[in-house]
Design a protein around this ligand. Sequence first.
Ligand code: BGC
Length: 851
Amino acid sequence: MKNRNFLPALATSVLLLTSVAVSGQTAAESGYTASNAPRKVEIREQDRQRAAELVSRMTLSEKIAYISGLRSFYIRAVERLGIPEIRMADGPQGVRNNTRSTLYPCGMMTAATWNRDLALELGRSLARDCRARGVDILLGPGVNICRSPLCGRNFEYFGEDPYLTSETAVGYILGLQERGVMATIKHFALNNQEWSRHNASSDADERTMQEIYFPAFRKAVQQAGVGSVMDSYNLIWGVHASENRWLNVDVLRRQWGFEGIVMSDWTSTYSTAGIVRGGLDLEMPKGWYFNEEGILPLLESGVIHERDLDEKVCHILQTLSAFGFLDRQSRPTKVGEDDPASVQTALDIAREGIVLLKNDGDLLPLGTNGRTKGAKGRILVLGPNAEEVPHGGGSGSVTPFGTVSVYEGLKQTLGEKNVELLSEERLYASIDAAVRPDSLSACTGAGESGYRADYYLGLKPEGDVLHTRIEPTVEGSWGYGAPFEDMPDDGYSVSWEGFYKAPEQGLLRAVLSGDDGYRLFVNGRQIGGDWGRHALSSRTVFLPVEKDSLYHFRFEFFEAAGEARARLQLGLRRDDVLRDAARRASAIVYCGGFNADLEGEGFDRPFELPGSQTADLELLTGLNPRTVMVLHAGSAVDFRGWGDRVPAILMAWYPGQEGGRAVAEVLTGRVCPSGKLPVSMEQRWEDNPVFDSYYDRSKAVHKRVTYTEGVFVGYRGYDRNGVAPRYPFGYGLSYTTFSYSNLTVEPLGGSRVRVAFDVANTGKVDGREVAQVYVSDCEASVPRPEKELKHYAKVEIPRGKSVHVELELTDEAFGYYDVEAGKFVVEPGDFVISVGGNSADRPLRATVTLR
Ligand code: BGC
């Protein structure tokens, strides 16, 4: 056991020194490139005084009104005192709320660039977009740690590691705020699942919170001077975040020194006394609890005092004053709403955030003319996302002015004649029903095409029919609501019936999915389904069909009670069409993954790829070995069944409006991929360190989620459990290769250590590498992760050249949170510094002793 004679606690701000110079030159710079260093907004004494003076002139009614939102996204004006109205908007990947705006790549993709300059540029671009629309406060960034791949909002966040998350968040906030727009860091805290988000209590021990879940919030306050913090919906140790005084006052204000605004999430408030005393300043979107009816009796009975309200109003006004909002006109005249500079930022992030996961036999790049090694024919583009620019759903959605899909991007890059699209419409027999009545006729016999849909009360589709109608396809997405106004939200069932007349002999692939139960009968025999209460799942079954034979289909679905959304789909896919197209293609680009309906706010998503994707890829790879999967998702997915068969996989996340262009540039080698994973990607969901502690999905409401894995989340947990993920944290291939050498570690006094090494580009093309520095505590008095990311540098290296990198580690890199002492401490002793291109491949190692 080491001697517990602690070195000083963590410095509040950490100076990150990165020196990067091509071939032998060395120059000290900040973590950002020198010309780019951002400026921080701070609350000054004059702002505090101005706020106090304004509060002293406000009536009690004005104060009560002031701490609740107006028209969903405004802080109200107090015209009598010259206090202007303040406008907010979502956040985080573009400006939402009644406007079209630049749709940037999602948060996870921004983190996957591992490029601090790009995070900063994102903030600056968002600021221009905000100011062009008169938006003063942006509701972003979101920094909740990715604990499980199933959380519906992972795409908005920055991954599983607190250091990478913090660095990305700090850049975003500094860039945004420097250009006159206030950032709102969210969701404070431990909002690591979407399932049951109003009811579940996230119970992590204090050390785990401080080391894993809090750092991005702390650094947003201390390093970036974030103006506002949004409380989350969930409870923490049984107390809702907006009522949690320990969280909002003891930690946020007293420990970290926050002086800005604490606002609620939209309806994350549950009682007046709770939020007055819990440290909330501003209730959004309106005063459900911050109103005279709720507050006056509490004042009269002495449960709360007027000074509690004064304090809240002061927090708001002093922050508005520091940002200049009390004096300025928000909307500058010269900034356009569709800003080419913002579009360029969206493209730059997409280019650097794409992660090349697999490239067997160097299938990629396809070549600047799209032809791999002598292959003939055109590139075939297909899959559910081929013509889309998929994005995550919910408040993070943005409506852009324009988008470039992968199909568009490839056409623009290679010329229209070199690219063939196989649209989903051509593949689905069920969708054909609407346009080709000969292939499917309704069993009403009335000559209408489609299925007869019958709606029933109860979980069995039998008995009295409540509604009946013809529907062209079998699909439903009723969210938390009901299919008809007179039906309940839960406890109903539906059946769809129709006939299929096969135009020729072949194989029909039925892809079924549902949340909850679903099953398919053909000619009276059940051929597949998942008839139980569960989250979204899917099944694929094959059906040989004979020319001109008639097949009777009956698909059944029920929605039970619970917090899940009602969704179902039946797709009858025509494999003959798929086969013909695949055989004649020079290469296949399959655009799969999720989209806003399947991954988004308010619900968790399945691990498996939706619909027919796994089966499509199985079929395609059997016909054409030059198949590439372009995967869109906010986090890891199940690679089983397709990941081993497909030779090349691009992780394209939700890549923003320019995403298709960036994907095309990477596919054809115009851009050399340089993104690295901000999350570990597991072989199986069961391998994830939180598999046993995430929550039990079979229960309708989840009161407590205990983070029993402690600090061992993500790669920290894989290391401890001795389980190798499929793709480790920090991983990503390139079209070139890099080698690492000459590591030196030099103690600079205290816990400061200079780390220096060289990275060489040993391949045939210019490229960018993310050099990652991990620290391991050799002997500690508490269980510590085997290694933790503590620094990184993204370096551009021409082929044949090498770059010398110098970084400085501070006590932040070596400490752990000592709960008894109430602070981070560094235990003297040996630490191993390891350096490499991903968390599982660190060829350089050296030991440093801290005394
Ligand atoms: C989300 C927030 C968002 C707010 C306003 C809530 O549902 O959780 O992230 O900022 O809505 O749209």
